[in-house]
Design a protein around this ligand. Sequence first.
Ligand SMILES: Cc1ncc(C[n+]2csc(CCOP(=O)(O)OP(=O)(O)O)c2C)c(N)n1
Length: 561
Amino acid sequence: MSQPNPSTAQARALVDELHRHGVRLAVISPGSRSAALAIAFEEHPAVETRVVLDERSAAFLALGHARASEVPVVAVCTSGTAVANYLPAVVEADLSMVPLILMTADRPPELRHVGSNQTIDQVGVFGDRTRWFCDVGLADITLDLNGYWRSTISQAVARANGHGSRPGPGHLNLSFREPTVPVSDDGRTQSDSYAFSIEGRSDGSPWQVDGVARPGPADLGLLEGSRGVVVAGQGDYDRKQLVAESERLGWPILATALSGLRGDNAVDTYHHLLVDGVPPPLTPDLVITIGHIGPSDRFSSLTGVTCPQIHLDRWGAWRDPRRQSTHIVEADPVGTLHSFDNVADNAWKSLWDSGDREMRSALDERITAEPNLSGPAIARSIGATGAGQVVVSSSMPVRDVDAHTRSAARVFANPGASGIDGFVSTALGIATGRKSTLALTGDLSFLHDAGGLVIDELPDVVFVVVDNDGGGLFDHLPQAVHSPDFERLFVAPHGRDLTRLARAHGLKGLEVDAVEDLVAEADSGMAEGGAHVLVAKVDRETDLKMRRALDDTARAVVAGL
Ligand SMILES: Cc1ncc(C[n+]2csc(CCOP(=O)(O)OP(=O)(O)O)c2C)c(N)n1
């Protein structure tokens, strides 16, 4: 490397070290103070860059990509309120344990706390939501800082990957003095070259390699139950081995859409099987929950059964919304199941399996009998597309996919904080570098992050917008009957033409009004490549009736169990 000015030297060392640690994508929002970082990322031959105007969207794009790739992704922004716009994605990354590294440019110390332009206090601005914060400081021209910069990156990546606690976001605040472009004289400020080497390890390896040990199984003593159920959520565990252990134990797996376990071996109609609580024949004597088990609120009847209730999480997350767990255990979930010694009661598992089959066929029959579009019908049709990965927004889409999508496709959402913000960008991040991505969203979620479409390059993606002109979720809540001006205060109808909005952003926009068309258009959009928006108009009244009818159908099935 030639000898650049100090800011450029620092930025180049940091970027090179990030690459050595496996970072392959940096999401950059335009700004001046961050110029050295933006240019260093752009100049690196093996780190891809995306440019997203809105920092809130940029951080969600980074979050989406990190979620799917399970490798840290960097977001870079300038000083000031730009930094504060990262907060929603930081909150989600914290709760969802997604490795994200935020590199915020800052003014040098002499320009802080004196009312200088575009300057806020950025030190520790995300509080304890980040796994690690470092105010990296300035590139001091008189000091050899190469080891400091590179080991800082080693630690930032290690901590984002869970070293010392659990995976999550990290924040590096970086002061830069001008020139922040790679010249000795930018026309405003002059600088000598940085005099020290900024080379990394000569064999191309990271400065420091960290180690995170896998936890072993937990010894829970004699807790065997012959009628156990395993509720599998989003989390860090070996899927294949979990299926094998559950088979051995004779315990059904209730596989949430985000578990990655949907398939022939799992029960996926639990939302309807639990319509009025746990049916007596399906009442377990042991409940194991693994990872994040949203979004169905009907699990609460299962986790309220008086019996051993064991929550297992590899990172020790404390997930116990009902406060009824008897054990909250940081351990390898599958290894812990392996330590159980139960003689499988096959009749027990068959009861769940046959209930699941009956429920699925009754729900299917009811959904296909209704010609008008509804959320459940759209979610069910997603399983008929060739999507390899499905991203779903919070509110009803994630619930509908959980209840009605049977597909081996990987399903992603932002379940940590269940925000309706950042969805478009999360989906774009997940789609970046991958084929066959379908993103199912409500209209408000889509509009909330429409600014995320202001990006340098759109990936291949098909958005399906369930357009019920507002927030359909609120129809299910008490304010639907107990609030003045319910529509305006809660549903927030917008009347926007979303196909035109899509076209204005350079996407292909199309309206679809039947599930067959939706499946055909989604498949052709994914085959053709590029970014598409399919708008499916749904009438809220029809949708509500369908959901009530499905619950009635479920009650009839449960009564016959
Ligand atoms: C950032 C954020 N703001 C507000 C909410 C509250 N909220 C939950 S669902 C919802 C409506 C979502 O509407 P839409 O995306 O159209 O989906 P639908 O409810 O129609 O399924 C709102 C505003 C939230 N979860 N997150």
